[in-house]
Write a protein that binds this ligand. Structure first.
Ligand code: CTP
Length: 417
């Protein structure tokens, strides 16, 4: 007998073909999969594909005379341990949220008591629509879990959030909902690989929340105060953590580099916006990394219209301290949450970094001397000292991507202590 029975709902989006891979991985993990498709999903893939691979009738319309079960939505819904919808369109999310049951899948949702996991995929504008976000919030309140879409190039050739999460991650989360010890056969666990190896998944189960880039503090609608941060170091940490199996959320300020593919990105360009975004996401995080160069001061009163220069010879800008995101995260930390900071210094690097570590209550600080050649802003390399309660580790000149793995190795050592 199979370990778990999964009802796989497939709806009409370009990512529908990825549901085949999800089904295969679930089967490989020993699950019994039954598929329900919406009518629009059948425009993208044939029910026959799933029928051949599951050896079961694939229900699209339970009123179809060919349907072998006259009360399929009741039987199907009560014979599953999990309802997993991949991909989920804005339409099915809206129907679930509002109790509409006008097709087989939406009726199944209403008739089921099984836990529900939804992996949405859609165009960025549809994803960001207040209506969609409202429906998602409603479903979360109703106990539905989501595998949030990630940023990347979408089928409509735009770049933004809305791409289906990596299928392995979807399956991993589905299985974790049923049994936290369940593993996809062949996927590595923390214990059996050396840190930093290319296929090492030693960060499975961690959720990294990372601030990246500089911030822009508005003077008026046209001008702002900012800094030279490119975002390269933060993006490198995000990419490395993700490769090693962690879930990653980036809160991005202003960057010149591009975020790595397949990672959820929340834009927050000012220190205040970044603070708000971080606090909203913090509950899910097991590790917070403050890699952003957050402006320490912002104009106290940003003008709402463009400031004109006529008749003004000298100008004084009044600046006000911004909220310290890292310190606040550290104050609000839950048990087991690790808080990592960066310290960019020009002199007495390690001394200042240690002071920062104590003042901000950090588990680990990455200190770098930005005056050294090959270190600091806008380069692809870095030189740093990692300081934690376990000691100091010198990281000589290396690529930011390599350094990201070394930093994560130190984070893992702290986790294991
Ligand atoms: N940081 C933050 N929010 C701020 C300022 C800084 O989260 N408003 C974080 C940065 O992301 C970084 C760390 O704090 O991880 C160190 O930032 P830095 O600006 O170097 O430290 P400060 O505490 O501002 O000290 P100083 O500017 O005096 O060196």
């Amino acid at each position: 007998m199979s370990k778990y029975r999964i009802g796989l709902g497939v709806t009409g989006g370009i990512a529908a073909y990825k549901a085949i891979e999800v089904m295969r991985l679930l089967q490989k993990a020993g699950c019994d999969v039954s598929v329900a498709m919406t009518r629009h999903a059948t425009e993208f893939i044939q029910p026959l594909t799933f029928r051949a691979l599951t050896d079961k009738y694939v229900i699209v319309d339970d009123y179809d005379p060919e349907n072998p079960d006259p009360i399929a939505h009741v039987n199907f819904s009560q014979e599953i341990d999990l309802l997993l919808v991949v991909p989920a369109t804005a339409n099915i999310i809206a129907k679930f949220a509002n109790g509409i049951a006008d097709d087989f899948l939406s009726s199944t949702y209403l008739a089921s008591t099984a836990p529900v996991l939804i992996a949405p995929a859609m165009n960025t504008t549809m994803w960001e629509q207040p209506a969609t976000q409202r429906n998602i919030e409603q479903l979360k309140t109703d106990g539905v879990r989501f595998v949030e879409p990630v940023a990347g190039e979408l089928a409509c050739k735009t770049v933004g959030t809305g791409k289906l999460e990596d299928v392995e991650n979807i399956v991993r989360q589905a299985l974790a909902m049923l049994d936290s010890t369940f593993q996809i056969p062949g996927s590595e666990t923390r214990e059996n690989l050396e840190p930093g190896t290319w296929n090492n998944k030693d960060l499975i189960g961690e959720h990294f929340l990372i601030t990246v880039g500089g911030t822009r503090e508005a003077i008026d609608p046209v001008r702002f105060i900012s800094n030279h941060s490119s975002g390269k170091m933060g993006f490198a940490v995000a990419e490395a953590a993700r490769k090693r199996g962690a879930e990653v959320t980036i809160v991005r300020g202003s960057t010149t580099a591009n975020p790595p593919e397949g990672i959820r990105v929340i834009d927050a360009v000012s220190a205040r916006a970044m603070f708000d975004a971080v606090m909203a996401e913090l509950g899910k995080a097991t590790v917070f990394v403050g890699a952003a160069a957050v402006a320490d001061y912002a104009p106290a009163h940003a003008a709402s219209t463009k400031i004109k220069k006529d008749g003004i010879e000298t100008m004084t800008l009044e600046l006000k301290k911004t909220p310290d995101i890292l310190s606040e995260v550290s104050k609000r930390r839950k048990d087991g949450q690790l808080v990592i900071g960066f310290a960019a210094e020009t002199n007495d690097v390690v001394t200042y970094a240690k002071i920062k570590m104590g003042k901000k209550g950090l588990d680990l600080v990455v200190a770098n001397d930005i005056t050294k050649q090959g270190a600091g802003f806008n380069t692809d390399t870095n030189i740093a000292t990692v300081i934690s309660r376990l000691g100091e580790t010198e990281l000589p000149l290396m690529s930011k991507r390599e350094m990201a793995d070394k930093i994560l190795d130190e984070v893992l050592k702290l986790r294991k202590k």
